[in-house]
Structures are given as C-alpha cells and as structure tokens.
Design a protein around this ligand. Structure first.
Ligand code: M6R
Length: 609
C-alpha cells in the first residue's frame, strides 16, 4: 500500500523522486520521505508526516541533491504516523532503504539484531530489513549479496529499494508479493511501485517477478530470480502516457474518471469485438469454458460488488452455478475442491493481496482454471492466472473506484454471454442483439451523466446526514451496495445497503424522518415489489430519493425523484444506475469538503492483508 521510487542518474534525482512520489500518493499518503547520497557521499534525508506536497516544500534547498536517491509515500501498518516511522530507514548512516509490504517475522529478527547491538529508531517492521542487510554487509562488503541473503530470511511481502554510501553508482531492488518495476532511461535507471511514477522519465519498463533481486546502475540492470540464477527480464514499452495520468482540467481524479466512463466502456467494448468469442480470454479459454460446470468469483471491495452483479448474469444466461466470495474470506475458507470450476478474480489493480492469495489458494486446491479480469497489464494477478482479460479503463487514480467498476461489469456481461454461448444457451440472433445493445452503453452513460445538476442538489441535502440507506433488488441490489460504499468511502456518511426485500427483516426499524432511503426502482420485472418497499418507507415518514424510469402515484410522495433514461435492456440497468450514485457520492464529498481522491485512512491499492 506504500509507494516506492528511486534511481541512479546523471542528473539530480530529487525532482524525479518528488514527481514520482506525488504520482504514487494514491497508494498511501500519511507520510513521505526521500534520501539521496549527496556530493560528500553521505546520506541526506527529508521526511514529513502528511503529503508529498509538504515534503517538496522542505526539499527546496539547493544543497539537498544527489544522483542516487530513493523515496517513499507511506500507508501506516506497523507504527503510527510519525517522522521516525516514515521511510527511508537507515542503518549506521551507511545503508538506506524504502519498503512496501509487511514483514511478518520482524519481531524475532529485531531481537536478534538488538542483541548484536543494532539500535532501532522506529516502530516499523521495515527497519529490521535495513539493519539485517547492514549486518550482512559488514562481512561481505557487497550490497547485492547482502540483499539476496537478507531477503531469504524475510517472511511476508516486500518491494524494496536499497542504496549504500560506499557505492553511490548502484542500487539494489527486490520484490516478493508486492509490485516493483524497473524503468530504463538513457544513462539512468529507476525503480518504482508502478509505471505511473516513472512516466515523466521513461516508458521503457521491466516487470520484476516474485523472488527477483535486481541491481541497477546508470548503464544497465541485472536480475537474479528466486533461485539466484541470473535471468533476462525483457523490457516492455508502456502504452500509458503522462497525460493519461493527469487531471486535464478536472478538479479531481474521481470526477475525471466518472466522466471518462463513456470512453472507457467504448474502448473496452472495442477490445472485445463484435461477437462473443472465447479467444479474447486467452488461447485455452474455449476448451476451459466447455469443461467447467460452475463459476467462483473472488474479489474485494468495489470489484466484489461487480462480482455480485455477475452472479445474476452467469446463472441466468449460462445456467451455471456461480458463487461470489470476498477474497479475504475465501482464502481462509474450505471450499469444495471442484476442478471443473472457473475461478474468476476481479481486480482493478491486480495487486490486492487477498485476491492474489485466493487465486494461489484455488491453485493449491487443484482449481487451476483461473481467469483474471483486471485493469493493469502485467499485474501480479494477470501473470498468476491461466487466462486473463483487461478492462480498458486506463489508469484509475482516485481511491474511489468508478470507471474500473463499470468496465468490469461490461467484461463480466460479455463473459456471462460467452459462457451462455459455449453452453448452448444463446442463439446467434440473441447474441447479435445483445452485442448491439451493449454498444449503446457509451451513449446511455453520456445521457445519464446529464443528471449531474440534480445530484448536486441531493448532495447538498446529504451534507448533514449521519446515515443513509440504499435499497435495490436483483442486479440493482449490488449497485445499492456499491452506491453505499462510494458514499461512506469519500463522504464519511454511514451508509448501508440492503436487498429491498430484506427491509421488513430489520432495517425498517431505522426509518424515520431523518433517514434518507435511496431506492433503485427501474421499470423491470421486480418493479412492483420495489414499489411496495417504497410505500413501506413512506408509511414510516422515511425520506425517499427514488431513482426510476417510471412515473406513477408513488413518485409524487417521494422527497426527490431522479428520472433515469427509459427503455434500457434489463441487463444494462446495473451499469446505468451506477452512474448517478457515483455522482451523488462525489458531490456529497465536495459539499462536505472531504479529500475526494485521498479519503482518510484508505489507499488505492491494498497490497497488505
Ligand atoms: O484493485 P482492486 O479492484 O483489487 O481493489 C479492491 C478494493 O480495494 C477497491 O475496489 C476498493 O473497495 C475501492 N477503493 C472502493 O472504491
């Protein structure tokens, strides 16, 4: 969840690291730090609690410069948010290190190192790594070797960058269970948690694998795999550009990403093609889809909510049993070992620790037909899974997931139909009609985004609310869940979602004239059932905000009615009804003045358990 960046160059590394850190800030933003090896071959460090912006202010001094440097933006796990706990950490003013991940066996190592006389200045698990490396370096005088030997003793997850004053022309990096890439420049070499940090300096990257240790110099890089064998990891040219990761006139990334959805969905649809084709999921997908007799979806947070929608589609269209599990639960559960299961993992980042662990667990249980639906090419998840498909959302930087969710839904709808076709449940006429309908999505979203002014008004009314209830049925139930997650995540209003039929089984007790009930009531098959739920809330003086495409008696009694676009195919409803809920949470957060893109206590990529 932290971000790391650094490198060796022929130019001053300080501005490069600061820019990289601000681009990585979505990964964690409670403290930040930077260390360079200065002209006198001494470690020079600046650290702050708070944002990279604050760090930049104290790095302005001309003497704070160096051709070799590392930086870190932190999301606290071990130890509070203090300067002492901020990275980089030092050992004996000789070796400096930044780390993303968690070292599980830090306590015994710490005791051993203390017994050897090492003095700990922080409460972090990270500090043991730097002292451990130093303790080995004292004898072998070789940083690469020391890092290799030290990492063998670590249990847990790490992506580290390490430098030593004895050789300011080289740096050593290593990864296990946390992402790390190398960036290749001309006469300079970098490392970072992800490509966004390096885009201003290079698009040429090398993806390190789990267990890799790499040494970088201005002239090149060498990588050693988990078996300590030197291995060539091929450079890739990233298709991302600097402009894709900038605000481009928007006030917040979340706002930009909400409005990018028509385009992101159009790109995703284009990548899928004009028919339901197994090949887009990978070479063996046709064979695997024929074999499987059930689907298991695994994901966290918003991605999990997308999975819940997909369950309805997969069971309805393909007639396949579909289970959906939260990854942090699945990895410790005892699911039946059914090899004919298609394990579908969903993740924007492809680096979520629990999701990765669940896919590994499924493999251990003999369920190896794994498909990753992910937004990041070459992520750990896509590399781990047998099959993979990318959502073409482009970089999502706002912590609250928006375009990644709707593009996941598009791919899942495509998957459900492809499975239906494979299982003989879809005629070619129906398939053509569905593809045609899906192609309407970008325009439908453009139309739905026009509701923004109405949602701003509702957001103003939400400002002083402590709680909110979201209700929906069928595929709109997970959308209610997603709407409530968005609201609580960025506006800090306690929001809960229920399948509307559950109202009488408890939540109705919460209804009074203070409680806003946000109810999703499209004119579909379950319309009358939801209408009864609306009546139940109204009868108890609840304040109803109704999202519907129908007009009838009940709407007159609702506090506000948001008129949704009409005549939308049933299976597109969850995608369309997501849009106003995103806008509602965005504008509520604006009204409340919270930090929309970096809500308190959260990070974009949850790479720790
Ligand atoms: O990268 P992932 O999709 O695996 O992330 C999963 C969740 O951490 C993520 O969806 C989270 O719930 C969002 N911040 C919610 O907006």
């Amino acid at each position: 969840m932290c971000g790391v960046v650094g490198g060796v160059s022929e130019r001053n590394m300080v501005p490069i690291i600061l820019e990289g850190l601000s681009r990585l800030e979505y990964r964690g933003y409670d403290s930040a730090g930077i260390t360079v090896i200065g002209s006198s071959n001494k470690l020079a460090r600046q650290r702050v609690t708070g944002r990279v912006e604050e760090l930049a202010k104290i790095c302005g001094n001309e003497n704070f410069r160096g051709l070799c440097g590392i930086g870190h933006t932190r999301w606290a796990t071990h130890g509070g948010v203090t300067i002492d706990n901020a990275h980089p950490h030092f050992s004996n003013d000789k070796i400096a290190l930044v780390h993303n991940g968690i070292i599980e066996n830090y306590a015994p190592i710490r005791e051993e190192l203390k017994a050897k006389g090492y003095e700990f200045k922080s409460e972090t698990d990270t500090e043991v790594i730097v002292h451990l490396i130093h303790s080995l370096y004292v004898t072998n005088k070789n940083l690469l070797l020391s890092v290799k030997e030290a990492t063998k003793q670590l249990h847990g997850a790490y992506a580290i960058g390490v430098m030593c004053v004895d050789n300011p022309d080289e740096m050593v990096c290593a990864r296990l269970g946390a992402p790390l890439i190398l960036g290749l420049g001309i006469g300079e070499m970098f490392f970072a948690s992800d490509i966004s940090a390096l885009l201003p300096v290079t698009q040429k990257v090398v993806y390190l694998e789990d267990g890799d240790v790499a040494i970088i110099t201005r002239a090149g890089y060498k990588v050693y795999d988990a078996h300590d064998k030197e291995i060539f990891r091929k450079p890739n040219i990233s298709e991302l550009s600097v402009t894709q990761t900038e605000l481009n006139g928007y006030r917040h990334y979340m706002q930009k990403e909400i409005f990018e959805q028509p385009d992101a969905i159009a790109q995703t649809l284009q990548s899928l093609g004009n028919s339901f084709n197994t090949n887009v999921f990978g070479r063996d997908a046709g064979k695997i889809f024929k074999q499987i007799d059930q689907v298991q979806i695994i994901a966290c947070g918003t991605s999990y909510n997308a999975g819940m929608v997909a369950k309805y589609w997969i069971e309805d269209f393909a007639g396949l049993e579909c289970r959906v599990d939260i990854a942090s639960e699945y990895r410790y559960s005892k699911p039946p070992k059914r090899p004919n299961t298609l394990i579908v993992s969903l993740s924007q980042s492809g680096e979520t620790a629990d999701t990765l662990a669940s896919v590994k667990y499924a493999h251990e249980l003999g369920m190896t037909n794994t498909l990753a639906i992910c937004n990041v090419a070459e992520s750990s998840l896509t590399r781990l899974s047998k099959l993979s498909i990318l959502t073409q959302a482009g970089p999502e930087i706002g912590v609250a997931s928006t375009k990644a969710f709707t593009t996941q839904l598009v791919v899942l709808l495509y998957l459900a139909n492809t499975l239906a076709m494979t299982k003989g449940h879809l005629t070619s006429n129906d398939a053509e009609a569905r593809i045609r309908q899906m192609r309407c999505l970008p325009q439908l979203i453009i139309d739905t985004l026009k509701l923004e002014e109405q949602l701003k008004l509702i957001a103003k009314e939400m400002e002083y609310k402590q709680h909110a209830l979201f209700l929906g049925r069928n595929t709109l139930y997970p959308i209610a869940v997603e709407g409530s997650l968005k609201l609580k995540e960025i506006s800090y209003i306690h929001a809960e979602a229920y399948a509307a039929g559950e109202l009488k089984h408890g939540p109705l007790a919460l209804i009074d004239k203070e409680m806003p009930a946000i109810i999703l009531m499209p004119g579909n098959l379950l319309h009358d059932k939801v209408k009864s739920n609306v009546q139940e809330v109204l009868a108890r003086q609840g304040v109803v905000y109704l999202f519907t495409d129908t007009e009838e008696d009940v709407t007159a009694k609702c506090h506000r009615v948001v008129k949704m676009p009409e005549n939308i195919a049933e299976y597109l409803l969850p995608i369309i009804y997501t849009i106003p809920l995103q806008l509602l949470s965005y504008h509520t957060a604006i009204t409340k003045g919270t930090d929309v893109d970096k809500p308190r206590n959260l990070a974009k990529s949850v790479t720790v358990e």
